[in-house]
Design a protein around this ligand. Structure first.
Ligand code: ATP
Length: 282
């Protein structure tokens, strides 16, 4: 009889996000602005999307979140979130999916907060709506979330208004709101772009901790290769709606095959990517 230990163990984990040959088209002029993007994301993994402005990074994310702007459509391909084909979902089901299974933070956090409601209350509101908590429990959970994103005095921050907080603190509040319903995927679209280098590094560390502690899978969109180098397992390089190169981050950064990737790397060397590459290689 075969010993149990000799039976091969299935190690493949179901992806939490699978994007297959997605094409996005403007319905007015028929222009294809994303021309076939594919990747899969397993729990606890991080995929990065880099490329110049207008290359289709944000539109790809918006398609994944089911929030393309009016008159844009996914013309071809498929998106599965936690095994569900998003094209088969109703608006109500998509709304339910957002926040609870897949969530996002963008640049300019202040614009996502109501200026006249204390920020903690806004996080508590997400907990109430998405988790069905009562008022007191939602407040308690919001305080825990503010602590989890390493805001130093959660009680104080809870009652503050957006204009009283720095950009880095606001981004932490937004991350707290984004993870309030325990999503499995978080999209960070240029989430650290507007922040100074030290605060950016702190937010990237925070995202890495969330990945390590809860198996959160991340999609990190950035025009900054150094950000992607720090966090991502796999990277997609986009230009004009096309993925010109894709693969494990270390391979793409060490042995870029595409001329455009080489250009991006040389442009970033002055921002410290060279230091990252030296550390990885040593
Ligand atoms: N709301 C919109 N209405 C019309 N066109 C849009 C809209 N948003 C994006 N586009 C167009 O879609 C294309 C892809 O834009 P997208 O925002 O995805 O690029 P990106 O790579 O995220 O750039 P950036 O780094 O500047 O955010 C661009 O040609 C852009 O002009």
């Amino acid at each position: 009889m075969t010993a149990l230990t000799e039976i091969p163990v299935e190690t493949t984990v179901d992806p939490v996000l699978a994007v297959r040959d997605v094409r996005i088209r403007g319905q007015v002029d028929g222009r294809e602005i994303v021309k076939g993007v594919s990747f899969t994301l397993a729990p606890g993994k991080v995929v990065g999307i880099v490329g110049e402005s207008g290359s289709g990074k944000t539109m790809t994310c918006r398609a994944v979140l089911g929030i393309l702007p009016p008159r844009f459509e996914v013309a071809d391909g498929a998106i599965h979130v936690a095994g569900q084909d998003v094209s088969a979902l109703s608006q109500a089901e998509l709304t339910e999916l957002r926040g609870s299974t897949i969530s996002a933070v963008f640049q300019d956090p202040a614009s996502y907060l109501n200026p006249s409601i204390p920020v903690g209350k806004q996080v508590a509101e997400v907990v109430k709506v998405k988790k069905g908590f009562g008022r007191r429990a939602a407040r308690q959970r919001a305080l825990e979330l503010l602590a989890a994103v390493r805001l130093r005095d959660p009680e104080l921050v809870y009652g503050q208004y957006a204009h009283e907080l720095s950009g880095g603190m606001l981004q932490r509040v937004l991350i707290a709101a984004a993870i309030a319903a325990d999503p499995r995927v978080l999209i960070a679209d240029e989430a650290t772009t507007a922040l100074d280098v030290t605060v950016q590094a702190e937010i990237l560390d925070l995202l890495a901790d969330l990945r390590d502690d809860s198996g959160l899978a991340l999609v990190v969109v950035s025009h900054d290769l150094a950000v992607v180098a720090q966090l991502c397992d796999e990277v997609l390089v986009m230009r004009d709606g096309e993925v010109v190169e894709q693969g494990p981050t270390s391979r793409v950064l060490y042995q870029p095959e595409h001329e455009y990737t080489r250009l991006l790397i040389s442009e970033h060397e002055q921002y410290g990517l060279d230091r990252f590459l030296a550390r990885e290689g040593s």
